[in-house]
Design a protein around this ligand. Sequence first.
Ligand code: ATP
Ligand SMILES: O=c1ccn([C@@H]2O[C@H](COP(=O)(O)O)[C@@H](O)[C@H]2O)c(=O)[nH]1
Length: 240
Amino acid sequence: MTHATPAHKRILLKLSGEALMGDDSFGINRATIERMVSEIAEVTKVGVQVAVVIGGGNIFRGVAGGSVGMDRATADYMGMLATVMNALALADAMDKQGLTARVMSAIAIEQVVEPYVRPKALQYLEEGKVVVFAAGTGNPFFTTDTAAALRGAEIGAEVVLKATKVDGVYTDDPMKNPDATRYHKLAFDEAISRNLGIMDATAFALCRDQKLPIRVFSIVKPGALKRVVMGEDEGTLVYA
Ligand SMILES: Nc1ncnc2c1ncn2[C@@H]1O[C@H](COP(=O)(O)OP(=O)(O)OP(=O)(O)O)[C@@H](O)[C@H]1O
Ligand SMILES: O=c1ccn([C@@H]2O[C@H](COP(=O)(O)O)[C@@H](O)[C@H]2O)c(=O)[nH]1
């Protein structure tokens, strides 16, 4: 029996925090997280090394009302801690499905998770463990998309896969503008100059400078992650 070869050996998967909510209005939907983990398990089975950066929108936006008027940096630290909660839930769901996951945090919280140490992360990936990077970049005024670009570059990922609620990059936010059309592919410079809200400019610029392509695709669509990893046409490619 022949097995197709994956298009990538090592990927950085940016998982939307908001997508973890499923149809709920807040938090983590159990069936949704289990389905996402089973999709990750599928790609590890074909030998792909997987590192994950998880967002925090499902938790932080739910309490963001309480952060109005707060110091921005303090609110951002709350957001980063939200990603630690998601990372713990994700790693737990991975362990339950037979994957070995290691959470590494950009903020020191050693009683809970180990700190991010690049050589250790690389070792885990070589061993076939899934590494979940928590707490974003560890710095306020950034996003987990920028953390995905940063960690992706650091670990030598071949691509950043942004798994989100929409199925690619559009000319405008498709949730607000029904006339928006999807790009099949576009250059980083165009994404930045058009100010496309799918990712922040810092993340785009870092990937552009490191020549690290990004593929945006829907994590809601069953099997899409595996198709992306196998090099099939899915979502939108943003390239240098
Ligand atoms: N040009 C665009 N193309 C596609 N989506 C866009 C665009 N502009 C804005 N969006 C919005 O960006 C959203 C995805 O980005 P968002 O930052 O909300 O998600 P995320 O980073 O995946 O979530 P989280 O912050 O929870 O991790 C989509 O749900 C879509 O509504
Ligand atoms: O490097 C980072 C990453 C995140 N934050 C804060 O966390 C929230 C949640 O992250 P999302 O990327 O929106 O999912 C974000 O809004 C920031 O407040 C951060 O400060 N630094």
